[in-house]
Design a protein around this ligand. Structure first.
Ligand SMILES: [Fe+2]
Length: 323
């Protein structure tokens, strides 16, 4: 699926972001699996979500990606609806069509950790797509999914001139909440990564499921300690933040202490059947190359055309210079 440096300028690095796939179906769940908060998510799926997200749309995205010479794939969470073991397995089958651990990085969304479960019954199915190049998850003492996720992030992958820094913003949120947070230990480790001299010469791309601002987010879905995360990123900037969760196309900037403005990109669900302009299914294509003074990052949204039943490119937007 990966075609390094084929079809686009040799000096640029190209990656794609997909998000909020919600691609699983929850036919005939074991009633015992629903004796908790999952019952709400299941009812929501029965009534609405099974119609508003479609796997065949994601397959059209894969077809479009075949011609785009993509070097790397990012999936910014919420692949499932209520995080059942059978959903993780279904999603893995689709992820195998997208890429491998060498060229694909997946982070968890709040729906993937709807309630806590064992690692084996959940994220173990995607483990090679989530770990960094060292892959130490087996040494983590915590046995539950939430416990392991809390310990293992950030995950860092270096690919050519780009470093992908993955965060985990999810925890088993209370009933009727889809909030997120970055725990203090993860924030401390992130500070260390952002100031690592070995990464100073790389374009830093930060992945997080929840948006790091509250501009477009209702309180019950927000990142609880967004102010802490923004404060760290103002002091120790990255070059790009990509997130999911909002199912809406957004572009904001974070004004940093060194004078730069970091683009914060949010996107629509990649499997959405919505006809709303800002919520039509999309994937985002990014090209990164070294500029004279900073990284030159261009972004192009491929949006689903329901008449043609295929993804079509919108205009290219140079996000690193729109300030
Ligand atoms: Fe989400």
């Amino acid at each position: 699926m990966s075609h390094p440096n084929a079809g686009h300028a040799n000096e640029s690095y190209r990656f794609v972001q997909l998000s909020d796939l919600h691609l699983s179906s929850i036919d005939r769940p074991n009633p015992l699996q629903l004796c908790n908060k999952r019952i709400l998510g299941y009812l929501s799926w029965l009534k609405r979500r099974r119609f508003t997200h479609q796997e065949w749309i994601l397959d059209r995205a894969i077809s479009a990606l075949h011609d785009l010479a993509v070097d790397y794939h990012l999936v910014t969470g919420d692949l499932t609806h209520i995080g059942l073991k059978q959903e993780f397995t279904q999603c893995r089958r689709w992820l195998n069509k997208l890429g491998t651990g060498a060229d694909t990085l997946v982070i968890p969304g709040n729906h993937d950790l709807y309630v806590d479960s064992t690692w084996q019954d959940s994220f173990a199915a995607w483990q090679d797509l989530m770990l960094d190049d060292v892959g130490l998850v087996s040494q983590l003492k915590q046995k539950t999914a939430a416990g392991k996720l809390d310990q293992m992030y950030p995950q860092v992958r270096v690919r050519q001139q780009v470093v992908f820094i993955a965060l985990c913003s999810v925890f088993p949120a209370p009933w009727l909440r889809a909030t997120g947070r970055i725990n203090q230990q993860q924030l401390m480790r992130l500070k260390f990564v952002l100031n690592d001299p070995a990464l100073a010469d790389h374009c830093k791309v930060l992945l997080i499921h929840h948006p790091i601002t509250i501009t477009h987010t209702r309180k019950r879905k927000s990142l609880l300690n967004h102010a802490d995360v923004c404060a760290l990123l103002k002091h120790s900037p990255v070059d790009l933040v990509v997130h999911g969760h909002g199912h809406t196309r957004t572009l904001e900037y974070l004004a940093c202490e060194d004078g730069r403005n970091t683009p914060i990109v949010g996107m629509a669900s990649s499997s959405s059947t919505s006809a709303h302009e800002l919520q039509r299914a999309e994937f985002k294509l990014f090209d990164v190359r070294r500029g004279h003074h900073n990284w030159h990052i261009s972004m192009q949204s491929y949006q689903f055309d329901s008449t043609a039943e295929q993804f079509k490119p919108a205009e290219v937007c140079v996000v690193s210079e729109l300030v």
